[in-house]
Design a protein around this ligand. Structure first.
Ligand code: PMP
Ligand code: GLU
Length: 404
């Protein structure tokens, strides 16, 4: 006897898409394990090691025996450090009771969605969006209402679009700025216009995903929760993965109204408990230190952005935007839809990303997973030589597609 998985697995899990970023990264690894020289620009992960002083703080925490459960919402010391960071860097006023530390910002977003969404509630998601928002909303029982902005609008949805999309069922607005996958950054004026729409309604919570805060190339980072009319209506999500290159440490956090922090605490207390104790101690050290290493990584990303923009603009048919943050390029490749190389035929962005992997041996992610099916995403968190080689391979295959 064996179990029939489709009868056993829940409808929710069967309806869930696998994360496209993780799938494409795995495909690139699989190809590399067969001896193919693959350049993977699929996973959004800084290629720098975690700064040494943060690792030292984790070793010290382990050595002195900080190896036990912490309070579910995070150690008091880390939550105090997060409150200080929110105050000085984001003009957000929180007490430790407003903060919940989780196993990555991904869990923070899941906690919030599970805390507020009932079956059939709506979450307005600004597209292009990060892959997991829509799947998390669906898993929590909600429906995503996707609002699109194309490359001609620098991929930014305007406040008026949001206003028209709000219904009595709308409970959440979710977006990231700097944005994954586009690198676009909402200006203070654009955020203020969105804040005015949301606060006029008064029944919508904004999940402001600011995990790329430190990778901003122009001006200072703006938090929508800092507008006076948004203080009670915003959950600000952040984490250590990107700014401190700590993806494997699994630490993220949210700051928001106390009722929301209490709910996230309850959800997390039943599902995972507090994040790793020594990770938390090291993270508090990271937050209290200067930002020299974070800024050095940002400066390196900026040089690579300039390098890859120039190279991608040289690929015939690519439409390229100029990202102001994060470490992604999101070219529109729709010029290639309907072309063929003999080996492969391109109907859409999924086919294009697949062809780049199989023909050019460059891992990218189709924009379809981010709600933008004319585009592909490339992470430029890679060495300059890999970036130059990757775009040169993309260009060669694109030329074959163009000329076939
Ligand atoms: N939000 C965005 C926009 C991201 O790109 C990521 C990266 N995976 C996350 C959230 C989650 O980050 P983590 O769980 O590693 O903190
Ligand atoms: N945020 C990264 C990405 O978009 C990591 C992968 C993931 O968590 O989905 O590629």
């Amino acid at each position: 006897m064996s179990i029939n998985p489709s009868k056993m697995l829940s409808d929710k899990v069967q309806a869930m898409e696998e994360s496209a970023t993780i799938r494409m990264a795995q495909k690139a690894r699989d190809l590399a394990s067969k001896g193919v020289n693959v350049i993977s620009l699929s996973l959004g992960e800084p290629d720098f090691d975690t700064p040494e002083f943060i690792k030292d703080a984790a070793y010290a925490a382990l050595k002195k025996g900080n190896t036990k459960y912490t309070p579910v919402p995070g150690s008091l010391d880390l939550r105090k450090a997060i409150c200080d960071k929110f105050k000085t860097e984001n003009n957000l006023n929180f007490e430790p009771a407003n903060i919940v530390v989780s196993n990555g910002a991904k869990q923070s977003i899941a906690n919030i969605c599970m805390s507020v969404l009932n079956e059939g509630d709506e979450a307005t998601v600004l597209a292009p969006y990060w892959v997991s928002y829509v799947e998390i909303v669906k898993f929590a029982g909600g429906n995503s209402v996707i609002l699109n902005a194309g490359i001609e609008d620098d991929f930014k949805v305007q406040a008026d679009q949001i206003k028209t999309a709000i219904t009595p069922k709308t409970k959440l607005l979710i977006f990231s700025s700097p944005c994954n996958p586009t690198g676009s950054v909402y200006s203070k004026d654009e955020l203020e216009a969105i804040a005015d729409v949301i606060s006029a309604n008064g029944n919508i919570l904004v999940i402001s995903d600011e995990i790329y805060e430190y990778i901003t190339f122009r001006g200072t980072h703006e938090s929508i929760g800092a507008f006076d009319n948004m203080r009670e209506l915003t959950a600000t999500v952040n984490g250590f993965s990107k700014g401190f290159s700590m993806t494997g440490w699994r630490l993220g956090y949210m700051g928001g109204p106390k009722w929301l922090a209490d709910a996230c605490n309850k959800v997390q207390g039943q599902i995972t408990s507090g994040a790793a104790s020594f990770s938390q101690e090291a993270a508090a050290v990271a937050l209290r230190a200067n930002r020299n290493e974070t800024i050095a990584m940002k400066d390196a990303f900026l040089l690579r952005r300039d390098l890859i923009i120039k190279a991608l603009m040289d690929v015939p048919g690519f439409k390229v935007n100029k990202p102001e943050g994060a470490f992604y390029m999101f070219p529109d490749v729709s010029h290639y839809f309907g072309t063929s190389s003999g080996n492969v035929t391109i109907q859409n962005a999924d086919d294009f990303a697949e062809a780049m992997l199989t023909e050019a041996h460059v891992g990218t992610v189709s924009g379809a997973a981010f709600g933008a099916d004319n585009c592909i995403r490339l992470s430029y968190a890679a060495s300059e030589s890999d970036l130059i080689e990757a775009v040169s391979r993309i260009k060669n295959v694109s030329n074959i597609l163009n000329n076939h």
